[in-house]
Design a protein around this ligand. Structure first.
Ligand code: ADP
Length: 460
């Protein structure tokens, strides 16, 4: 039932139930105490009356009273008052009084009215015989008071239930109003527009919930916009070589050309398709890493051997550009890692060093072990990175000088990939740079055994 699914209704019902239980408990206790006190007062009055009978005074019963006296053998001797009681009902009471036990009895008169009786015995000094005196008074007054009390309680309870119900609904409404606002805002939020925020400014649980949800929406917004930017950058990066290839092919085919022109066109197409496939390879790596699906094959890696091998490949490339290349691997350092991925990490940094270092420059690579870490430093005397760009260079598609990087074959993904690889080996990359003087990348990877299975952000 929808009615009971509302927290507002449920809260009110709970509140009412607790209220009714408390009221019932309170009124029952009050009723029992009132009943007890009224009967106690009556009993005291009856007892007092019976002691007056001992005194030599003429007793006149009130209109709601009855006086009976019984002989020592239990037979009725005298009955004073307008009320009549079936005396056979009193034999037990009289017997108890004769045995010396003063007793009370609640019964009904012949007119079916409630009556309270008190029996006591005393010695008649004139004939030296035990006499039982029974004093009785109608309980109508008491039952009237009790009935009135009950009516008051019932009416008060109905009033309280109605008022408490309305009050409960009002309070629940007030308390839950922020929830309504949270729901409305959440309904307005769509995948394409995450700029909405929940406007709950209280400092209570709901306020904190709103703040948490707002923070979550903020994170989602940031990640969506990064995703959008990434897709836009990736499309752009792929569209440019494609456009070049298309233009080159169209131009070549537009008329009959010399074989050399065809060769040149095909060379351009081949270069651009190489570039495209390298971009696609990098994008695939990032996508698989993000999904935690890039498998790492951990083995014992001799970093010294790996770096010397890499250096040999890069050296020829650097020398072609007129750059001096030095390798300094003092320590034998072994790490547990994925050889292919580690080679990729250092290649990305070394390729950048060659790319951004002019002729006559110098690149040096060193390996040493420091505080249980393998530390690889790659320094160049290249163009350097302006300080305002330094915090961003590990972001995807980030390039300091877009035109220059593209002309040099840079896509802006090399350092992002290097960072992911370092982190999935529980390592890190730091960078120091000075414009016009050069740049140093320092990669540190723990030498201890790793258990990481996939490329991606390492679990804490
Ligand atoms: P790219 O493929 O463009 O080189 P990276 O992610 O490898 O992309 O590098 C990001 C940017 O950082 C580069 O575009 C370049 O501006 C800057 N950069 C990286 N390494 C160096 C370096 N050794 N010297 C100067 N700038 C560098």
């Amino acid at each position: 039932m929808k009615f009971f699914k509302s927290i507002r209704t449920r809260l009110t019902l709970w509140y009412l139930t607790v209220m009714v239980i408390l009221l019932l408990m309170f009124s029952s206790v009050a009723y029992i105490m009132l009943d007890h006190n009224l009967y106690q007062n009556l009993d005291n009055a009856l007892r007092a009356k019976s002691t007056q009978l001992n005194a030599p005074s003429v007793i006149i019963p009130q209109s709601d009273e009855i006086l009976l006296s019984f002989n020592y053998n239990g037979t009725l001797n005298q009955e004073i008052g307008t009320i009549t009681v079936d005396t056979s009902k009193l034999s037990g009471l009289v017997k108890q009084a004769l045995s010396g036990q003063n007793s009370y009895l609640t019964t009904v008169t012949t007119a079916n009215q409630g009556i309270r009786l008190y029996a006591t015995s005393f010695l008649n000094l004139f004939n030296d015989q035990t006499v039982v005196v029974v004093v009785g008074r109608l309980t109508t007054e008491i039952t009237d008071v009790l009935h009135t009390f009950m009516y008051i309680i019932i009416f008060a309870m109905i009033g309280v239930i109605v008022l408490a119900g309305l009050g409960g609904l009002f309070l629940a409404d007030r308390v839950l109003r922020p929830v309504e606002r949270i729901t409305k805002t959440a309904q307005k939020i769509e995948g394409s527009d995450l700029s909405q925020r929940i406007d709950v400014k209280t400092d209570d649980e709901l306020g904190r919930l709103a703040v948490t949800l707002n923070e979550m929406i903020g994170r989602l917004e940031e990640s969506f916009s990064r995703q959008r930017q990434f897709t836009a950058d990736a499309s752009h990066e792929l569209r440019t070589p494609l456009a070049i290839m298309q233009a080159e092919a169209t131009l070549a085919l537009s008329k009959e050309r010399a074989p050399d022109d065809y060769r040149k066109a095909l060379e351009t197409i081949s270069q651009e398709s190489d570039h495209m496939s390298s971009v696609i390879g990098k994008l695939l790596f990032l996508a698989r890493s993000d999904a935690g699906k890039e498998q790492l094959n951990f083995e014992d890696v001799d970093l010294k051997e790996l770096i010397i091998g890499l250096a040999a490949n890069i050296e020829a490339f650097a020398q072609d550009k007129g750059i001096k290349f030095t390798v300094d691997t003092k320590d034998d350092v072994n790490v547990s890692g994925d050889k292919v991925k580690l080679r990729q990490l250092f290649t990305n940094i070394l390729e950048n060093a060659v790319r951004y270092t002019p002729a006559d420059g110098k690149i040096s690579i060193s390996l040493l072990e420091k505080e249980s870490n393998a530390v690889v430093s790659i320094s160049d005397t290249g163009i350097g990175i302006p300080p305002e760009h330094l915090p961003h260079i590990f972001e995807r598609f980030y390039r300091v000088d877009k035109a220059r990087a593209r002309a040099d074959g840079g896509v802006g993904l090399g350092l992002a990939i290097a960072k992911i690889i370092a982190e999935s080996h529980k390592g890190k990359i730091q960078v120091e740079s000075e414009v016009g003087k050069g740049t140093t990348f320092i990669v540190s990877i723990p030498v201890k055994v790793l258990t990481q299975q996939h490329v991606g952000i390492p679990a804490e």
